[in-house]
Write a protein that binds this ligand. Sequence first.
Ligand SMILES: [Ca+2]
Ligand SMILES: [Ca+2]
Ligand SMILES: [Ca+2]
Ligand SMILES: [Ca+2]
Length: 327
Amino acid sequence: MGDLDGDGLDDLVGIAAASVGVESRVQILRSTGASLVLTGEHGPGTDFHSVQLVDLDADGHLDVVASGRGETSPTPSVVVLWMDGDAGIAEVTELRPFRYSDSVGVGDVDEDGFLDLVVPDVLTEGGALVLRGDGARSFTEGPVVAKGTSVGSLHLAELTGDGHLDLALGQAGSLSVLAGDGSGGFSETFRESAEVSLLATADLDHDGDLDLLGLDSYLMWAWFNAGDGRAFTASRVGPESTTWCAVLGDLNADGRTDLVERFYAAGGEGVFLHTPDGLVASGVLQVSAGLGTACSIAIGDLDGDSTVELVESTGSGLVLFDGACDE
Ligand SMILES: [Ca+2]
Ligand SMILES: [Ca+2]
Ligand SMILES: [Ca+2]
Ligand SMILES: [Ca+2]
Protein backbone atom coordinates (compact mmCIF):
# COMPACT_ATOMS: atom_id res chain seq x y z
CA MET A 1 0.00 0.00 0.00
CA GLY A 2 1.04 3.56 -0.57
CA ASP A 3 -0.40 6.94 -1.50
CA LEU A 4 -0.28 6.90 -5.31
CA ASP A 5 -2.33 10.02 -5.99
CA GLY A 6 -1.22 12.30 -3.18
CA ASP A 7 -4.59 12.61 -1.47
CA GLY A 8 -3.30 11.38 1.88
CA LEU A 9 -5.03 8.02 1.64
CA ASP A 10 -3.09 4.84 1.03
CA ASP A 11 -3.99 3.15 -2.22
CA LEU A 12 -3.66 -0.55 -2.89
CA VAL A 13 -1.60 -2.39 -5.46
CA GLY A 14 -2.57 -6.02 -5.70
CA ILE A 15 -2.06 -9.11 -7.76
CA ALA A 16 -5.03 -10.80 -9.36
CA ALA A 17 -3.85 -14.37 -9.04
CA ALA A 18 -3.43 -16.71 -11.94
CA SER A 19 -5.85 -19.51 -12.55
CA VAL A 20 -5.74 -22.35 -15.07
CA GLY A 21 -4.90 -20.89 -18.47
CA VAL A 22 -4.85 -17.32 -17.13
CA GLU A 23 -1.74 -15.51 -15.98
CA SER A 24 -1.71 -13.04 -13.13
CA ARG A 25 -2.24 -9.30 -13.40
CA VAL A 26 -1.11 -6.34 -11.33
CA GLN A 27 -4.01 -4.12 -10.36
CA ILE A 28 -3.93 -0.54 -9.09
CA LEU A 29 -6.80 0.20 -6.72
CA ARG A 30 -7.25 3.85 -5.73
CA SER A 31 -8.80 4.45 -2.35
CA THR A 32 -11.51 7.12 -2.23
CA GLY A 33 -11.78 6.72 1.52
CA ALA A 34 -15.00 4.79 1.16
CA SER A 35 -14.19 2.35 -1.60
CA LEU A 36 -11.46 1.03 -3.89
CA VAL A 37 -11.57 1.92 -7.59
CA LEU A 38 -9.56 0.10 -10.26
CA THR A 39 -7.42 2.76 -11.98
CA GLY A 40 -4.76 0.69 -13.71
CA GLU A 41 -3.86 -2.81 -14.67
CA HIS A 42 -0.81 -4.58 -16.09
CA GLY A 43 -0.74 -8.04 -17.56
CA PRO A 44 -1.42 -10.83 -17.96
CA GLY A 45 2.15 -11.67 -18.78
CA THR A 46 3.96 -13.30 -15.93
CA ASP A 47 3.30 -15.05 -12.63
CA PHE A 48 3.54 -12.04 -10.37
CA HIS A 49 4.02 -12.80 -6.68
CA SER A 50 4.95 -9.53 -5.05
CA VAL A 51 4.77 -5.78 -5.47
CA GLN A 52 6.73 -2.93 -3.90
CA LEU A 53 5.87 0.75 -3.98
CA VAL A 54 8.83 3.08 -4.26
CA ASP A 55 9.61 6.29 -6.16
CA LEU A 56 12.30 4.88 -8.46
CA ASP A 57 12.70 7.87 -10.78
CA ALA A 58 12.51 10.48 -8.03
CA ASP A 59 9.67 12.43 -9.65
CA GLY A 60 7.73 12.57 -6.40
CA HIS A 61 5.29 9.82 -7.40
CA LEU A 62 5.46 6.28 -6.06
CA ASP A 63 6.16 3.66 -8.71
CA VAL A 64 5.42 -0.07 -8.62
CA VAL A 65 7.99 -2.86 -8.83
CA ALA A 66 6.12 -6.07 -9.60
CA SER A 67 7.99 -9.34 -9.60
CA GLY A 68 7.27 -12.98 -10.12
CA ARG A 69 8.83 -16.33 -9.54
CA GLY A 70 9.35 -17.04 -13.22
CA GLU A 71 8.51 -20.70 -12.76
CA THR A 72 5.50 -21.00 -15.00
CA SER A 73 6.39 -18.25 -17.41
CA PRO A 74 9.69 -17.28 -19.06
CA THR A 75 8.38 -13.78 -19.82
CA PRO A 76 9.87 -10.80 -17.97
CA SER A 77 9.39 -11.57 -14.32
CA VAL A 78 10.35 -8.12 -13.02
CA VAL A 79 8.30 -5.18 -14.26
CA VAL A 80 8.40 -1.53 -13.23
CA LEU A 81 5.18 0.43 -13.55
CA TRP A 82 6.05 4.12 -13.67
CA MET A 83 3.10 5.86 -12.08
CA ASP A 84 1.66 9.22 -13.10
CA GLY A 85 0.91 10.56 -9.63
CA ASP A 86 -2.82 10.03 -10.11
CA ALA A 87 -2.89 6.26 -9.55
CA GLY A 88 -2.52 5.65 -13.29
CA ILE A 89 0.28 3.83 -15.12
CA ALA A 90 2.34 6.24 -17.25
CA GLU A 91 4.94 3.84 -18.61
CA VAL A 92 6.01 0.21 -18.21
CA THR A 93 9.54 -1.20 -18.16
CA GLU A 94 9.85 -4.96 -18.47
CA LEU A 95 13.23 -6.26 -17.34
CA ARG A 96 14.60 -9.48 -18.76
CA PRO A 97 13.40 -12.84 -17.41
CA PHE A 98 14.70 -14.02 -14.05
CA ARG A 99 13.72 -16.92 -11.87
CA TYR A 100 12.66 -16.82 -8.19
CA SER A 101 12.77 -13.05 -8.58
CA ASP A 102 9.79 -12.39 -6.32
CA SER A 103 12.04 -10.73 -3.74
CA VAL A 104 13.63 -7.69 -5.35
CA GLY A 105 15.88 -5.43 -3.30
CA VAL A 106 15.44 -1.69 -3.87
CA GLY A 107 18.05 0.83 -2.73
CA ASP A 108 20.93 2.99 -3.87
CA VAL A 109 23.70 0.40 -3.59
CA ASP A 110 26.33 2.44 -5.49
CA GLU A 111 25.39 5.69 -3.76
CA ASP A 112 25.10 7.74 -6.94
CA GLY A 113 21.78 9.21 -5.82
CA PHE A 114 19.61 6.92 -7.98
CA LEU A 115 17.76 3.88 -6.68
CA ASP A 116 18.98 0.51 -7.92
CA LEU A 117 17.45 -2.96 -8.00
CA VAL A 118 19.01 -6.23 -6.82
CA VAL A 119 17.32 -9.28 -8.32
CA PRO A 120 17.84 -13.00 -7.63
CA ASP A 121 18.92 -14.55 -10.90
CA VAL A 122 18.72 -18.32 -10.91
CA LEU A 123 17.95 -18.38 -14.63
CA THR A 124 21.38 -17.35 -15.91
CA GLU A 125 24.49 -16.86 -13.77
CA GLY A 126 22.99 -17.54 -10.36
CA GLY A 127 23.41 -15.19 -7.41
CA ALA A 128 21.82 -11.78 -7.52
CA LEU A 129 22.15 -9.17 -10.25
CA VAL A 130 22.61 -5.49 -9.45
CA LEU A 131 20.65 -3.27 -11.84
CA ARG A 132 21.85 0.31 -11.53
CA GLY A 133 19.13 2.89 -11.95
CA ASP A 134 19.86 6.15 -13.75
CA GLY A 135 16.91 8.09 -12.34
CA ALA A 136 15.50 8.34 -15.88
CA ARG A 137 13.61 5.05 -16.02
CA SER A 138 16.36 2.79 -17.32
CA PHE A 139 18.74 0.34 -15.69
CA THR A 140 22.27 -0.86 -16.45
CA GLU A 141 23.25 -4.40 -15.50
CA GLY A 142 25.95 -4.25 -12.86
CA PRO A 143 27.88 -6.87 -10.92
CA VAL A 144 26.47 -10.30 -10.05
CA VAL A 145 26.65 -10.91 -6.31
CA ALA A 146 27.26 -14.45 -5.01
CA LYS A 147 27.55 -15.71 -8.57
CA GLY A 148 26.74 -19.36 -9.06
CA THR A 149 24.58 -19.73 -5.97
CA SER A 150 20.85 -20.34 -5.91
CA VAL A 151 19.21 -17.31 -4.28
CA GLY A 152 15.60 -17.86 -3.31
CA SER A 153 15.09 -14.79 -1.16
CA LEU A 154 16.86 -11.48 -0.84
CA HIS A 155 16.62 -8.36 1.28
CA LEU A 156 18.55 -5.11 1.03
CA ALA A 157 19.12 -3.16 4.25
CA GLU A 158 21.81 -1.51 6.36
CA LEU A 159 22.98 -4.33 8.63
CA THR A 160 26.62 -3.60 9.43
CA GLY A 161 26.38 -0.10 10.90
CA ASP A 162 28.65 1.63 8.37
CA GLY A 163 25.92 3.42 6.42
CA HIS A 164 26.27 1.32 3.26
CA LEU A 165 23.38 -0.93 2.20
CA ASP A 166 24.03 -4.64 2.75
CA LEU A 167 22.41 -7.79 1.44
CA ALA A 168 20.79 -10.68 3.26
CA LEU A 169 20.50 -13.73 1.02
CA GLY A 170 18.43 -16.84 1.51
CA GLN A 171 20.40 -19.26 -0.63
CA ALA A 172 19.92 -22.99 -1.12
CA GLY A 173 21.03 -24.38 2.25
CA SER A 174 22.27 -21.17 3.79
CA LEU A 175 21.45 -17.74 5.12
CA SER A 176 24.15 -15.20 4.49
CA VAL A 177 24.83 -11.51 4.97
CA LEU A 178 27.03 -9.60 2.55
CA ALA A 179 28.36 -6.19 3.47
CA GLY A 180 27.97 -3.52 0.82
CA ASP A 181 30.95 -1.28 0.01
CA GLY A 182 28.86 1.66 -1.19
CA SER A 183 29.92 1.24 -4.82
CA GLY A 184 27.80 -1.78 -5.73
CA GLY A 185 30.15 -4.47 -4.41
CA PHE A 186 29.36 -6.91 -1.60
CA SER A 187 31.44 -9.27 0.54
CA GLU A 188 30.21 -11.96 2.91
CA THR A 189 30.29 -11.30 6.66
CA PHE A 190 27.97 -14.03 7.96
CA ARG A 191 26.70 -17.44 6.91
CA GLU A 192 24.85 -20.24 8.61
CA SER A 193 22.93 -23.33 7.54
CA ALA A 194 19.26 -22.60 6.95
CA GLU A 195 16.72 -22.70 4.17
CA VAL A 196 15.25 -19.23 4.40
CA SER A 197 12.50 -17.62 2.38
CA LEU A 198 10.52 -14.40 2.85
CA LEU A 199 13.52 -12.50 4.19
CA ALA A 200 12.74 -9.19 5.84
CA THR A 201 14.40 -6.82 8.29
CA ALA A 202 13.21 -4.81 11.28
CA ASP A 203 14.68 -3.77 14.59
CA LEU A 204 12.84 -6.49 16.47
CA ASP A 205 14.62 -6.09 19.81
CA HIS A 206 14.74 -2.28 19.71
CA ASP A 207 18.51 -2.05 20.19
CA GLY A 208 19.06 0.24 17.20
CA ASP A 209 20.19 -2.27 14.59
CA LEU A 210 18.15 -4.14 12.00
CA ASP A 211 17.51 -7.83 12.63
CA LEU A 212 16.57 -10.51 10.11
CA LEU A 213 13.29 -12.31 9.88
CA GLY A 214 12.40 -15.19 7.62
CA LEU A 215 10.75 -18.54 7.14
CA ASP A 216 12.80 -21.70 7.55
CA SER A 217 10.83 -24.85 6.71
CA TYR A 218 7.60 -22.82 6.97
CA LEU A 219 8.34 -21.65 10.52
CA MET A 220 9.19 -18.04 11.35
CA TRP A 221 12.63 -17.29 12.76
CA ALA A 222 14.35 -14.11 13.83
CA TRP A 223 18.11 -13.57 13.64
CA PHE A 224 19.09 -10.85 16.10
CA ASN A 225 21.94 -8.67 14.89
CA ALA A 226 24.91 -8.21 17.25
CA GLY A 227 25.23 -4.80 15.58
CA ASP A 228 27.99 -5.22 13.02
CA GLY A 229 26.28 -7.66 10.63
CA ARG A 230 28.84 -10.35 11.45
CA ALA A 231 27.06 -12.24 14.22
CA PHE A 232 23.37 -13.08 14.48
CA THR A 233 21.52 -15.09 17.13
CA ALA A 234 18.71 -17.24 15.79
CA SER A 235 15.44 -17.44 17.72
CA ARG A 236 12.05 -18.94 16.89
CA VAL A 237 9.09 -16.56 16.81
CA GLY A 238 5.45 -17.06 16.00
CA PRO A 239 3.08 -20.00 16.11
CA GLU A 240 4.34 -23.57 15.90
CA SER A 241 2.43 -23.98 12.70
CA THR A 242 3.09 -23.79 8.99
CA THR A 243 3.28 -20.13 8.00
CA TRP A 244 2.42 -19.11 4.45
CA CYS A 245 3.33 -15.50 4.52
CA ALA A 246 3.97 -12.57 6.79
CA VAL A 247 4.10 -8.82 6.77
CA LEU A 248 5.74 -6.26 9.04
CA GLY A 249 4.17 -2.99 10.04
CA ASP A 250 3.37 -0.79 13.00
CA LEU A 251 -0.20 -1.76 13.72
CA ASN A 252 -0.79 0.07 16.97
CA ALA A 253 1.23 3.21 16.24
CA ASP A 254 3.70 2.81 19.10
CA GLY A 255 6.67 3.20 16.79
CA ARG A 256 7.59 -0.44 17.09
CA THR A 257 7.35 -3.05 14.37
CA ASP A 258 4.64 -5.68 14.59
CA LEU A 259 4.49 -8.94 12.70
CA VAL A 260 1.40 -10.47 11.15
CA GLU A 261 1.55 -14.05 9.93
CA ARG A 262 -0.81 -16.14 7.85
CA PHE A 263 -0.48 -19.64 9.22
CA TYR A 264 -2.17 -22.99 9.10
CA ALA A 265 -4.47 -23.59 12.07
CA ALA A 266 -6.95 -26.25 13.01
CA GLY A 267 -10.26 -25.43 11.38
CA GLY A 268 -8.81 -23.00 8.92
CA GLU A 269 -6.04 -20.52 8.65
CA GLY A 270 -5.13 -17.78 11.03
CA VAL A 271 -3.71 -14.32 11.09
CA PHE A 272 -1.33 -13.95 13.97
CA LEU A 273 -0.37 -10.63 15.47
CA HIS A 274 2.88 -10.19 17.32
CA THR A 275 3.07 -7.20 19.53
CA PRO A 276 6.37 -5.44 20.26
CA ASP A 277 8.52 -5.98 23.33
CA GLY A 278 10.64 -8.77 21.99
CA LEU A 279 7.99 -10.30 19.77
CA VAL A 280 5.88 -11.77 22.54
CA ALA A 281 2.93 -13.42 20.89
CA SER A 282 -0.35 -11.62 21.43
CA GLY A 283 -2.47 -14.29 19.87
CA VAL A 284 -4.71 -15.00 17.00
CA LEU A 285 -6.32 -11.99 15.34
CA GLN A 286 -8.65 -14.06 13.27
CA VAL A 287 -8.92 -17.70 12.35
CA SER A 288 -11.17 -18.48 9.47
CA ALA A 289 -11.66 -21.31 7.05
CA GLY A 290 -11.33 -20.82 3.34
CA LEU A 291 -8.63 -18.16 3.21
CA GLY A 292 -6.85 -20.41 0.74
CA THR A 293 -3.13 -20.64 0.23
CA ALA A 294 -2.77 -17.47 -1.84
CA CYS A 295 -0.47 -15.27 0.11
CA SER A 296 -1.06 -11.58 0.32
CA ILE A 297 -1.23 -9.26 3.30
CA ALA A 298 -0.82 -5.50 3.29
CA ILE A 299 -0.87 -2.83 5.96
CA GLY A 300 -1.81 0.80 5.38
CA ASP A 301 -4.27 3.57 6.09
CA LEU A 302 -6.92 3.25 3.37
CA ASP A 303 -9.62 5.42 4.85
CA GLY A 304 -7.52 8.21 6.33
CA ASP A 305 -8.59 7.72 9.92
CA SER A 306 -4.94 7.55 11.05
CA THR A 307 -5.23 3.95 12.14
CA VAL A 308 -3.90 1.30 9.83
CA GLU A 309 -5.97 -1.32 8.10
CA LEU A 310 -4.85 -4.85 7.45
CA VAL A 311 -5.89 -6.22 4.08
CA GLU A 312 -5.86 -9.92 3.32
CA SER A 313 -6.29 -11.34 -0.13
CA THR A 314 -8.42 -14.46 0.02
CA GLY A 315 -8.02 -15.40 -3.62
CA SER A 316 -11.62 -14.44 -4.26
CA GLY A 317 -11.70 -11.07 -2.58
CA LEU A 318 -10.25 -8.87 0.11
CA VAL A 319 -10.75 -9.12 3.85
CA LEU A 320 -10.31 -5.90 5.75
CA PHE A 321 -9.45 -5.59 9.41
CA ASP A 322 -10.09 -1.97 10.25
CA GLY A 323 -8.12 -0.55 13.15
CA ALA A 324 -8.52 -3.90 14.83
CA CYS A 325 -5.07 -4.03 16.16
CA ASP A 326 -5.11 -2.18 19.44
CA GLU A 327 -3.74 -4.27 22.23
CA1 LIG B 1 8.10 7.93 -9.61
CA1 LIG C 1 22.34 3.90 -7.60
CA1 LIG D 1 26.43 -1.71 5.74
CA1 LIG E 1 18.04 -5.14 16.61
